[in-house]
Design a protein around this ligand. Structure first.
Ligand code: MN
Length: 198
């Protein structure tokens, strides 16, 4: 069974960049839904194995990928944000790596911003470490589980599903993305990078 994470800040802490109403629905209803559904699928998979009836195996494994990835990405998303007043900064190690792989922090930020704008339909944008390439890349993700590079480690994720911005920003995706930069918790991003065996 998987568990919901506690929000690492009060529900109104990300205002004005990410308002209370959006965060409340996103965390309490939508994220909870992914965690609950993932647990339900895990139970059904166990039951399936115990009973030796694999009729639903295709559907359950596909659902596990979707719901489980939804649970994982939302956890990463909520944890890689923080109050704007936290004033976190990139570690020297990650800054050097970003400079090496993207040319400069500005180039990285520009690519991540432009990339987020063009995520198709419901999806995510991610800064990832790709172990097999030994470099950082940015990936657009469709739904929660499509368009990955196997083995990649997400460092920074941005939810581009409409439910993540529509209440506050309507269809103005660029404004939502611009606001996001104010509430990135770079300490958390640094920590994820530190935990990778390069
Ligand atoms: Mn979401």
């Amino acid at each position: 069974m998987i568990k919901m994470i506690d929000l690492p800040y009060p529900i109104n802490a990300l205002e004005p960049y990410y308002n209370r109403e959006t965060l409340a629905i996103h965390y309490e209803t939508l994220y909870k839904g992914y965690v609950d559904k993932t647990n339900n699928i895990l139970e059904k998979l166990e039951k399936m194995r115990n009973e030796g009836n694999f009729e639903a195996v295709k559907c359950l494994e596909k659902d596990l990928s979707f719901q489980g990835s939804g649970a994982i990405l939302h956890q990463l998303f909520f944890e890689n944000m923080a109050e704007a007043s936290l004033e976190s900064t990139l570690s020297e190690k990650l800054m050097n790596r970003i400079t090496q792989d993207f040319g400069s922090f500005e180039k990285f930020k520009e690519q991540f911003t432009e990339s987020s704008k063009v995520v198709e339909a419901s999806g995510w944008n991610l800064l990832v470490w790709v172990p097999k390439f030994k470099k950082l890349e940015i990936l657009q993700c469709e739904k929660h589980q499509n368009l990955t590079l196997w083995g990649c480690k997400p460092l920074l994720v941005l939810d581009m599903w409409e439910h993540s911005y529509f209440l506050q920003y309507k269809s103005k995706r660029p404004e939502y993305i611009e606001a996001f930069w104010n509430i990135v918790n770079w300490n958390k991003v640094n920590e994820r990078f530190e935990n990778i065996d390069i």
